[in-house]
Ligand binder design. Sequence first.
Ligand code: SIN
Length: 476
Amino acid sequence: MHNLLDMVAGYINLPKGLIVNNPATGKKITTVKDYTDTETHQHIEEAEKAFKLWSNKTAKDRASILRKWYQLVLDHTEELAQIITAECGKPLFEARGEVAYAASFIEWFAEEGKRLYGDVIPSHAAGKRILVLKQPIGVVVAITPWNFPLAMITRKVAPALAAGCTVLVKPAEATPLSALALEVLGKKAGLPDHVLKVITTTEPARIGSIFTSHPIIRKITFTGSTAVGKLLMQQSASTVKKVSMELGGNAPFIVFNDADIDAAVAGAMVSKYRNAGQTCVCANRFFIHEDVHSEFIEKFSKAINALKVGNGADDGVEIGPVINEVAMQKIDALVKGAKTSGAKVVVGGQKHHAGENYYTPTLITDVTMDMAITNSEIFGPVATVIKFRDEDEVIRMANDTPYGLAAYFYSRDLGRVWRVAEALEYGIIGINEGIISTEVAPFGGIKQSGIGREGSKYGIEDYTEIKYCLMGGLNS
Ligand code: SIN
């Protein structure tokens, strides 16, 4: 058995600083550094110096370090998974999956960095040539969430480093240990000093405002709530930084009457209950056609009732705790509000006896479009169902939200598949699929769910600037 904190030994057990708790037990794991303003400024300046060196390396040299980092992450799957489970609560099997997912971004972008091609544009005049270069944007700040404490870092940091940028990471206060472990492995892989630096803090707003106002920082990339994303965008405006925002969602999950119901239930389970419902792409509103409503509810409730709730470190557990007390209160209030407004609880509907931060996997029917639960990102293990009659009606309801991250639907009618996929106002569409995440596809939202794309060939563009060079005097 590994000692889960061996990897980050140099960073922990400080007499004071940021306290990291285990959401499964409420107990303290350790204390990490709380960076001061002065130290943060120093690290920004060091990152700028390191940028000169790192951006001048060849893409191939950077790729070879990233490749080693990728391998080290995989080699340490078990320790990293234990850290993830301890600080964010997800079951170990999901944490192991997250390590593989995190590593996949490093591998992918190590390769993409070598293909960051520019252009030669046919000239508008004799004796002149037009060249387009793609250059690294500079020092990047990545502000990352607690629900995927490893993968949401690599999805940002790997493309930034591959492009030649240097990066400061501000991980979520709840989950700094995964970030620190990643930094340790990066150094071991050969990342030069100050190319990647994790800044931990008890005061994210204070450190955030240093980052957003600092002229050296050229880009802010953020995953988290829409409210915080808007604030970061406002703050970044004063220095006109490039921003990428992966924000909240309110994903519809539509089951048409021609769907394969067993496949839809399997998709619903993974989409809704992954990480106890705490992902930005979790199905948030289930729209079920009236002809298949009874069958779907019967099969879905059976599967939900079979879920094992408990400490994610224990064998066989499928639903761990939610991240903290505030999250619990929000979920509980939404469910109580829905009940008061006439919704019917089919499964669960209350806290779970496993402990303070556990909510019973829940299914609620007879939900309406005006309820608070329909219009909030639940971020917990609660599925809400609305019955519908026709395609136009369900598309209208699915799009009736300021969010536009992920949407899912199940149908076997090819014409309908194209119509609905094109009509849904979302950045990611799962068609007969409940899990859409992969490093090879562009992840991101429209409307108030964000700006920019992560992963895939598009994910590296956000870390570059386009420079156009007009070369003249070629006729003389
Ligand atoms: C997120 O919740 O922000 C990310 C989920 C994913 O990558 O699948």
